[in-house]
Write a protein that binds this ligand. Structure first.
Ligand code: PLP
Length: 363
């Protein structure tokens, strides 16, 4: 297998990673820095790993512009564990938090939180089939709410908040599927989290960035493994960390810093998405995007064809052109092209060419 046999991978996650990162991992796999072993065979207390780990923390901070009053945690359990761990650490059982029910992930975050606090729906897109994000004046915050939970990008529905809403209370954001694809306005947030496997690396790692002030709160986990502060105090090495995803993400972060940082990745995201949305919009309605124009995701581009049979044919024939993983999520159907940070523009160009040709031979 060489790099020319790699496919255009539109997977929603885990997903494509930068080729130079994979090559560097391959080069180091048998002998990391003359240690005579790979990094995943090393002790997490060894100096080799320590330097990988601390660089990943520092590079995340510099790339994302994380202020000093936030701690960065590398945790296991995916973004999904955060649906519970966030309310456990930020609230006691009786405290209130509002949740935007913007689709599959916002809905899950809300339903998990109900076991740990008084969580309520501050807006729901259910009656509109989750085809858009709310305007800020549609968000209904109850009195004494400690935070508003938002999902900045709904990976399955293909909708994204164009801006971070300006509400009067701090926000908590699940950024799993648009993490570090644009600058983060830290002022607005008490906590931001996401799984690594969409924009930043392999699965098995969640990144939680939390305002240190919340460590002083009366939480439901005053100590122990689920307590954020214990991980913060130990630089996320309170127990064996997920070394491999941290190591690979560290390389992705360096690759992003070298490429120009978040403004560059924001620009690339806009380029990739506008190529695709233009192809959809210029197809005389043959390809249709079921999402409101203002809420279109730059990361997960969803669209329909005139029939489900044509959608099946589209997904199958695309494979002949090395265009892989285009089937929409089983819960919504249609086509979904996930175009994360590491996806080269050429992959999107190939997809657009295929879309034009497929339409011509099937309309
Ligand atoms: C993928 C995803 C999740 C779930 O992530 P896991 O790491 O599998 O738990 C949560 N939220 C969003 C927005 C996602 O895209």
């Amino acid at each position: 297998m060489n790099s020319s046999s790699r496919v255009h991978n539109f997977s929603a996650g885990p997903c494509t990673l930068p080729l130079p990162v994979l090559e560097s991992v391959e080069n180091e796999m048998l002998n990391f820095g003359d240690s005579g072993m790979s990094i995943i065979e090393s002790s997490h207390r060894a100096p080799e790993y320590d330097s990988v780990h601390m660089s990943a923390l520092a590079d995340f901070r510099s790339l994302a512009g994380v202020p000093d009053d936030f701690a960065i945690l590398f945790l296991q359990g995916g973004a999904s564990l955060q649906f519970s761990q966030v309310p456990m650490n930020l609230l006691n059982q009786n405290e209130k938090a509002g949740y935007l029910n913007t689709g599959t992930w916002g809905g899950k975050a809300l339903s998990d939180a109900k076991s740990f606090c008084s969580a309520y729906e501050a807006w729901t897109g259910a009656s509109e089939n989750f085809s858009r994000m709310p305007q800020v004046d549609e968000i209904e915050l109850g009195e004494d709410s400690r935070f508003l939970h938002i999902t900045t990008n709904e990976t399955i529905g293909g909708i994204q908040l164009p801006d971070y809403p300006k509400v009067e209370i701090p926000m908590v954001a699940d950024m799993s599927s648009d993490f570090l694809s644009r600058p983060i306005d830290w002022e607005c947030f008490d906590l931001v989290y996401g799984g690594a496997q969409k924009n930043l690396g392999p699965s098995g790692l969640a990144i939680v960035v939390v305002r240190k002030e919340i460590f002083e709160r009366n939480s439901q986990v005053s100590d122990g493994y689920l307590n954020y502060q214990n991980h913060a105090k130990a630089d996320s090495m309170a127990n064996t960390p997920p070394m491999f995803p941290i190591y690979v993400m560290g390389k992705v972060l360096k690759w992003m810093i070298d490429a120009g940082g978040l403004p560059e990745f924001e620009k690339r995201a806009q380029e990739r998405a506008s190529l695709l949305y233009n192809a959809i919009d210029n197809s005389d309605g043959w390809y249709k995007c079921p999402v409101d124009a203002d809420s279109r995701s730059l990361m997960n581009i969803v669209f329909r064809l005139p029939s489900e049979d044509l959608e099946k044919k589209f997904v199958t024939e695309a494979i002949d052109f090395d265009l892989i993983n285009l089937k929409g999520h089983r819960s919504v159907g249609g086509i979904r092209a996930s175009v994360y940070n590491a996806l080269p523009l050429e992959s999107v160009e190939s997809l657009v060419t295929f879309m034009t040709e497929f339409k011509e031979s099937n309309q």
